[in-house]
Design a protein around this ligand. Structure first.
Ligand SMILES: Nc1ncnc2c1ncn2[C@@H]1O[C@H](COP(=O)(O)OP(=O)(O)O)[C@@H](O)[C@H]1O
Ligand SMILES: [Mg+2]
Length: 319
């Protein structure tokens, strides 16, 4: 057997388990997604590495079985070291938007680039190694807490695993279990709470030290305090990653450097929280439905202004 084949088998063996198959199913490889011709692939892994600048360039997308586009003319850039947030009502296309980045689907028109390189020109494995993607739906697999956190790299050290769990605010409940990291996880994570599921999924994404972190509604089952601590830790520990956060809660995204307001597949507003309160009626409507005028900072003259984040963080409970 050639050295090449042995190397390939040893790379693939750890993944040849049920969990890996499930992920392949889910992350599939919809029939239209093809790995670029190896000869034409752009690679940065052996050079200076990827920086993590993500650009959507006039992206329009229609699902294969639908003639109406789900996304239309979406353009934005997510920069390393910054948080880009996406907010909008259920069904407006947020999950669809972020799924295009790791190429669960490909754009219908326009392009998505990583450091200026079309994602369709990057090998799928290399592309997905740069992206820590926490999908909206439960994505834990039967196995243990350890195998779930180490999923992206079974050769990961225990220290790296624990560090990721620490940032994800997951150590308290893991250490509280008699079997710790060896505790069994049922398929779909059905034996842990929604909040624990989200923390483990976040730990898994952080553990591969990606250049881009994508959280699709990943904080919704956490209480406001944990949500806020977790985001602060991510900002601190993954300070050079581009962070993309999809959320329904204003409090989760109000400190983002740029917030995109999505409505029926189009960006109808962009800017900071303060800018959007003034410029985007759709954003103001969402904000008003979730925050009090004091929290919104709309009572500045009266001196009754509370720290918007602080006040918001007090609300809510773990679901
Ligand atoms: N796999 C799919 N095939 C066809 N349509 C889909 C698929 N997934 C989502 N959609 C539709 O695309 C629209 C946007 O959905 P989604 O991106 O999940 O919105 P959001 O995350 O903002 O709630 C919805 O109308 C939804 O029904
Ligand atoms: Mg969604």
């Amino acid at each position: 057997m050639s050295f090449m084949i042995i190397t390939m088998i040893s790379v693939m063996l750890p993944r040849a388990d049920v969990a890996a198959e499930r992920v392949q199913e889910v992350l599939a490889t919809h029939s239209s997604i093809e790995d670029p011709d190896p000869a034409a692939q752009v690679t940065r892994e052996k050079g200076e590495g990827w920086r993590g600048v993500v650009s959507y360039n006039d992206v329009t997308f229609a699902y294969p079985d639908s003639d109406a586009p789900t996304l239309e003319h979406v353009s934005f850039t997510a920069e390393p070291g910054k948080t880009t947030a996406i907010i909008g009502s259920t069904g407006c296309g947020k999950s669809t938007l972020v799924q295009l980045l790791p190429r669960l689907y490909d754009v219908t028109e326009g392009s998505i680039t990583l450091d200026g390189v079309d994602v369709r020109s990057i090998g799928l494995e290399e592309l997905r190694r740069q992206i820590g993607y926490v999908p909206q739906k439960r994505m834990l697999f039967s196995g243990t807490i350890e195998s779930n956190i180490k999923y992206g790299d079974p050769a990961m050290s225990d220290d790296d695993m624990r560090a990721a769990a620490e940032i994800a605010q997951a150590t308290e409940f893991i250490d509280g279990k008699p079997d710790g990291y060896q505790s069994p996880i049922a398929q779909g994570g059905s034996n842990v709470s929604g909040g624990q599921n989200q923390r483990l999924s976040i730990a898994r994404a952080l553990a591969i030290h990606p250049k881009v972190l994508v959280f699709d509604d990943s904080f919704s089952a956490l209480d406001y305090k944990t949500d806020s601590v977790l985001r602060a830790k991510i900002a601190e520990q993954a300070s050079d990653a581009a962070v993309i956060i999809v959320a329904q809660r204003i409090a989760t995204i109000m400190h983002a450097e740029e917030i995109l307001v999505l409505d029926e597949g189009r960006i109808v507003g962009r800017g900071t929280h303060e800018e959007l309160l003034r410029s985007c009626p759709e954003y103001l409507e969402i904000a008003k439905s979730q925050l009090s005028p004091a929290e919104l900072g709309l009572e500045e003259e009266g001196g009754a202004q509370a720290s918007a984040a602080g006040a918001a963080d007090e609300k809510g409970g773990e679901r």
